[in-house]
Design a protein around this ligand. Structure first.
Ligand SMILES: Cc1cc2nc3c(=O)[nH]c(=O)nc-3n(C[C@H](O)[C@H](O)[C@H](O)COP(=O)(O)OP(=O)(O)OC[C@H]3O[C@@H](n4cnc5c(N)ncnc54)[C@H](O)[C@@H]3O)c2cc1C
Length: 331
C-alpha cells in the first residue's frame, strides 16, 4: 500500500501458458507462487519459488525471488525472458534483453516501481515432480553441534543441494517427539534439486548427526513448496543480514539469541547461498551481496499486538546488533 498513490489489484490476472517443448511459461501477474508451481509441475518444470506458497509471483520476482532452488537455478528473476508492463504514463511496453534492456535489468530485483507488470515470461528448469526434501529436527541442547555440522556440510554441498538451519519452538503437531513439544529445537530444511534417489544419498551425512525426528521424504515439489506456509494473522517483524563467513563465535551468538525466541512462532534461520546465487549472475542484476555465503534471518512473530512488539524488539536487538557478528557480516 502507499499514501497518496494508486494501488492496482492484479490478483484476477491468473493466466498461465506453459510451452513444455520450449521450456517456457508466460504467467499472469496475479498468480501466487503456489498456483504457478502447480501449473509448471504438471510438465516436470520449475522456477525458483518463494518459501511460502501464498506469496505473489509478481512482487516476489520483481524483488529478485529467493527460494529453495536458488543454488541450482538462481533467483526467479534470473530466469526472466521478458516482462509486459504498463508504465506510469499508461504506455504498454515489453522489457527483454533486446527490447527496453535497461528497464529489463531494473526488473531483476529493482522492485515494483517501474510500472505495473501484467505478465512474466520465464525459462523453466527440469525438476520433479518428485524430489527428496523435508526437515530433520534435533533438541535445543544439540544446537551447537548441529549448527557447526550443518555449516561444514552446506559449504561442501553441490549446487543441487539447498538447505537452511532453523531455530524454532517445536509445535504440538502429529509426529513431533512429545518431549520436545514447546521447547526450543534446531531443524535442518533440505531440498535436493535433482533426482530424488540421488537426493536421498546426499542426506546421509546430515542423518549421521542423528536427528530426533526425520521428516525427509520423496515428495511432490509443489507440495513441499506449501509445507512451510505460515499461519496467517500473526504480528510480523522480519529482517535479514548477509555474511561471508560464519565463525564458531557468530554461530554461538545466533544460538544464544535463538534460546530467547519471543513467542512460539518466532524463528531464526540461516540459509546457505553460493552456487547459482553468486558467480557471474552476481553482478548482472541490481541486487547487492549476491556473493555472500550465508543469509541470516530473524523472523519475529507475535500472537498479539503486545507479542508483536516483543518480537520486533527481539529482531532489532538479537544477533543482528552483536559486535561479535560484525567481522563476518557484509550487509
Ligand atoms: C510469508 C512471506 C514469505 C516470504 N518469503 C519469501 C521468500 O522465500 N523469498 C523471497 O524472495 N521473498 C519472500 N517474501 C517477500 C515477498 O517476495 C515480497 O513481500 C513480495 O513483494 C510479495 O509479492 P506480492 O506480489 O504478494 O506483493 P504485494 O504485497 O501484492 O505487493 C508488494 C509490492 O510489490 C510490487 N508489486 C507487486 N505486484 C506488482 C506488479 N504486478 N507490478 C509491479 N509491481 C508489483 C509493488 O511495489 C507492491 O507494492 C515473503 C513474504 C511473505 C509475506
Amino acid at each position: 500500500m502507499n499514501d497518496g498513490g494508486l494501488v492496482i489489484d492484479v490478483r484476477p490476472m491468473k493466466s498461465v501458458r506453459v510451452d513444455p517443448d520450449a521450456r517456457t511459461v508466460t504467467a499472469g501477474a496475479g498468480l501466487t507462487c503456489g498456483e504457478f508451481d502447480r501449473a509448471t509441475q504438471q510438465h516436470g518444470l520449475a522456477l525458483t519459488g518463494g518459501r511460502v506458497s501464498t506469496t505473489g509471483l509478481a512482487g516476489f520476482t520483481l524483488g529478485g525471488g529467493s527460494g529453495w532452488l536458488e543454488r541450482a537455478f538462481g533467483f526467479a528473476c534470473d530466469s526472466l525472458l521478458s516482462v509486459d508492463l504498463v508504465t506510469a504514463s499508461g504506455e504498454q511496453v515489453t522489457a527483454s534483453a533486446t527490447e527496453n534492456p535497461e528497464l529489463f535489468w531494473a526488473l531483476h530485483g529493482g522492485g515494483g516501481n517501474f510500472g505495473v507488470a501484467t505478465s512474466f515470461t520465464f525459462g523453466l528448469h527440469r525438476l520433479g515432480p518428485r524430489v527428496h526434501a523435508g526437515l530433520m529436527l534435533w533438541p535445543g541442547d544439540a544446537a551447537d553441534e548441529v549448527s557447526r555440522g550443518f555449516r561444514e556440510l552446506a559449504l561442501a554441498a553441490p549446487n543441487e543441494e539447498t538447505g537452511a538451519i532453523v531455530y524454532l519452538t517445536v509445535p504440538d503437531e502429529p509426529g513431533m517427539p512429545p518431549e520436545m513439544v514447546g521447547k526450543m529445537a534446531v531443524a535442518v530444511v533440505y531440498l535436493y534439486a535433482g533426482d530424488a534417489a540421488e537426493g536421498a544419498e546426499h542426506t546421509k551425512p546430515y542423518r549421521a548427526l542423528k536427528p530426533a525426528a526425520d521428516f525427509l521424504e520423496d515428495i511432490d515439489y509443489a507440495d513441499f513448496q506449501c509445507s512451510l506456509d505460515d499461519p496467517p494473522g500473526k504480528y510480523n517483524y522480519w529482517s535479514a543480514d548477509y555474511h561471508d563467513d560464519l565463525s564458531d563465535d557468530a554461530l554461538d551468538v545466533i544460538v544464544d539469541s535463538a534460546r530467547n525466541l519471543p513467542g512460539p512462532s518466532s524463528q531464526q534461520l540461516i540459509a546457505r547461498w553460493g552456487g547459482a546465487v553468486g558467480g557471474p549472475a552476481a553482478t548482472a542484476t541490481p541486487l547487492m551481496n549476491r556473493n555472500a555465503n550465508w543469509v541470516t534471518h530473524p523472523f519475529g512473530l507475535g500472537e498479539t499486538p503486545q507479542g508483536g512488539q516483543e518480537a520486533k524488539a527481539w529482531v532489532k536487538g538479537s544477533a543482528r546488533t552483536s559486535r561479535r557478528m560484525r567481522p563476518a557480516a557484509c550487509g
